[in-house]
Design a protein around this ligand. Sequence first.
Ligand SMILES: Cc1ncc(COP(=O)(O)O)c(C=O)c1O
Length: 247
Amino acid sequence: MQAIHALAQRYGFKIIEDASHAIGGKYQGEPIGNCHYSDITVFSFHPVKIITTAEGGMALTNNRELATRLGLLRSHGITRDPELMTKDMDGPWYYQQVALGYNYRMTDIQAALGASQMTRLEQYVARRHELARRYDELLKSLPITTPWQHPDGYSGLHLYVIRLQLDKISRTHREVFEYMRAQNIIVNLHYIPVHTQPYYQAMGFKEGDFPEAERYYAEAISIPMYPTLSEAQQDEVIATLKEALGV
Ligand SMILES: Cc1ncc(COP(=O)(O)O)c(C=O)c1O
């Protein structure tokens, strides 16, 4: 983030930081979302994320003008703030539409869930770290690569993604994945490289354009990682993974 920010200073572009996975994480010891190196940070509160509001998310900024603009866009471009109006108010009922906006308001019920989830954020992320440390330790002798953490960061650990060392096993990526699912271990694949999706292919991107992303896709599997995962369940994931890998 610091290096991207330095480039933004040099070339004059803006930074929107997609931190959808990263709430509760830190960068250089400071919470993700402080916009120290970005203009806007966004979080997702989709149900699978670290905390949820059932659906929805949050955009943060330290820039007053951007905050005002975001507030307007959220609610049809309408304001009740006299300072944003083009003339004096007709009366206490008055509002003005000063931009074309959307209905992006979060419901009060979702906000209540989010406020309650926020009180548990640290506890959730700490538990994810306990589980990750345990995975790191118990998986280290297997023919897989476990996640690496840059020393500048403290991850929210939304995901725990392993990469198969396919040259060291006699099973395919798909076979390992399907074996886990067949044993009721709900693994997943985050994510399919976007340039292989039809929308981007229609724009001219093609397979082979981003070989590292494609290599990642050919090896990656997200294994269960959520705060209520018990150690016994985690042991079962590990035992099943060993079977799946054929080791
Ligand atoms: C990196 C990233 N950005 C954006 C999104 C979209 O978030 P939402 O579904 O809350 O709009 C996701 C959701 O999976 C994500 O993982």
